[in-house]
Design a protein. Sequence first.
Length: 321
Amino acid sequence: MNAVSPILQNTSRTAELVDARDRDRFANVNLSPFGFRHRLALELPLTVTDLIALSERLPDGDAFKGWQNGITGISDGWNQRPAERLTLADTLAGIETNNSLVVLKHIEQDDIIGPVLRDLLQDMFDCSSRRFREDVIMGECLVFLNSPGRMTAYHFDLEASFLLQLAGSKTVYAWPCGDRAIVPESEIAAYCGAGNLSAAVYKPDLRHLAQTYYLEPGDGVHFPSLGPHCVQNGDSVSISINVNYDVRSLHGSLRHVYAFNQRAAKLGVKAGQPGTRPLADKAKAKAWIAALGAKSAARRILGRRRSGEGYPIWEPRNTNA
């Protein structure tokens, strides 16, 4: 197995990982994009060799490992296969030249680098607004490894996320969230209701509305839930950590309302647009959650299990409620 950098042998930290001068910006978490400085690049100086070793420690399966080979453009979807698919080992070994993206997931659970990432999850949670803290269900960390010059296509995520640069550089473009001219209702419904991860459609005529952030090690940027963004990698291999938080208002409610509506539409029933009738939305969410519970129970009875089920979940300690 590849050796791990000596500094990663003891990663438990007590110092705040978000720069003290930028902590007040976290009052805007999940409201608008913003940039900030962090200390993670000093505490966790990951290399490609470290990530190869990490990939070997993680369980197999899509819940923990993902990669895409070949050149992509701003309008390409997550399911695009622009080049012949390599193995993960070959992708990692040739990342400098093979135009690829690697994502390793749930790395806050790793025995070696997990402690500092769990500290990071808690630190970001603690300096966020009370409104956001009360909405958080759980958190996780991912690591992105990008080839030089590679584009991460325009998209949005359900999670409230923070991208922290550790090595290399990249330019990030982040559009305002909540503007239905940028992200129309149809795209949100396709993502939340049908699970289409490529639902976001890039609109060149709205390019001027994006904020631009240039990230080097120690720089970070926040993307609110459903906030569209894309990333252009610099001229060297890039390593960055993505910190994600699931929130009740979306993951525990609105996502289920959209899914309920999609199912109702297939049955020929008009269910009404989410957000217009809060009590009806609450009933739909409960009904869909109950349906999901029944499906999960059926899988257990049949001896089936989704890839990744059963891994430990990071939940916040409400230290400053």
